[in-house]
Design a protein around this ligand. Structure first.
Ligand SMILES: C[S@@+](CC[C@H](N)C(=O)[O-])C[C@H]1O[C@@H](n2cnc3c(N)ncnc32)[C@H](O)[C@@H]1O
Length: 309
């Protein structure tokens, strides 16, 4: 196994008709690489991990909401040394009610799977909270020295990337990130006219190792909002250009002052108004045809604006 894997042929095990199924060849490679005593998969979907483990003679513990096991609310009874986890990619493929019948699970196991199906419609933030909960729960159940391998993908919605690997909690030691090429995705045939669009043709396999039986650490990612007008960093040019871009047209000097006044940058420099006037004069980025009214100069044919020396 190398840090990039690709399985154009799926291999046998699980069901290729169960949407979002993964290649049995990946599970085979992981078993060969880590040589575990046991392998567990608490979201086994169509049964890929179990089928491969059986073929390779490894005891496995395989469950899924479609088999009446809910990772959010049920206890993990085992203490395996290897776990493979392939959670839903947010709400891209809906499982309960689409890949299997809800009524069947209710009548067979007495639980309503739609209530805790991670693929149901929910906010990205709530989905991440549930993913983090499941990650830590599985990590806690892992034997000391064991590995948790998480296969996950990115989601693109309205030109914004929602990246699980960037945002989820990663307890323990990050041992490896493997890029897995994706083949025959539904999105392969989608083209978006006009807008720059890079199709996603890979997934990530994150491999975490549990080095300590009781203690763990992980970094948390979070959103930070800031205002360029408060930064110590950019030049005055970027602040003034930002104000003009935000207005989208012509702006008077007084309006530029108002948009910047009160921000940290003006508190640090008592001559800030003078600095703004100077900035407007220096850069050819800024134009003025009537006294005291400013706009951003349009870009030339080659997309460049002339910047004064
Ligand atoms: C991407 S699929 C796994 C596919 C699997 N690797 C295969 O090859 O078929 C994700 C699975 O997570 C299951 N799931 C969603 N929420 C769950 C929960 N709370 N507890 C257990 N399984 C859940 C879904 O039923 C679905 O089968």
């Amino acid at each position: 196994m190398k840090s990039i894997v690709s399985y154009p042929e799926r291999g046998s095990g699980g069901k290729n008709t169960y949407r979002g199924n993964c290649s049995p060849l990946l599970i085979e490679d992981l078993i060969r690489q880590y040589n575990p005593d046991t392998i567990a998969d608490y979201m086994v979907g169509s049964g890929t991990t179990g089928d491969v483990a059986k073929r390779m003679g490894i005891p496995s513990f395989c469950y899924d909401l479609n088999r009446g096991f809910d990772l959010l609310n049920n206890e993990i009874k085992e203490r395996p040394d290897f776990m493979f986890w392939h959670p839903p990619y947010w709400d891209i493929i809906r499982y309960s009610g689409e890949q299997y019948r809800i009524e069947e699970v209710v009548s067979k196991y007495g639980i309503d799977p739609s209530a805790s199906d991670l693929s149901r419609k929910q906010s990205w933030e709530h989905f991440l909270k549930e993913i983090d909960y499941c990650t830590v729960k599985q990590f806690a159940a892992l034997e000391k020295g064991g590995h948790l391998a998480i296969l996950m993908g990115d989601v693109k919605k309205k030109r914004k990337l929602y990246s699980m690997i960037l945002e989820i909690a990663k307890p323990g030691t990050i041992e490896q990130i493997v890029i897995k090429a994706q083949h025959n995705c539904v999105s392969d045939g989608i083209h978006y006219s006009g807008k720059p669009f890079i199709p996603i043709v890979h997934e990530y396999l994150l491999i975490l190792r549990k080095d300590h039986a009781l203690m763990y650490n992980y970094q948390l990612t979070g959103n930070v909002e800031g205002d360029i007008r408060d930064l110590n960093l950019p030049t005055w040019k970027d602040v003034v250009a930002g104000v003009l871009e935000e207005s989208g047209g012509k702006v008077t000097l007084a309006e530029i002052y108002t948009a910047i006044e009160g921000h940290k940058r003006t508190e640090r420099n008592k001559n800030w108004k003078e600095k703004i006037r100077q900035t407007l004069q220096i850069y050819d980025l800024f134009g003025s045809t009537e006294r005291g009214v400013w706009f951003l100069v349009e870009k030339g044919e080659k997309g460049q604006r002339k910047i004064a020396a």
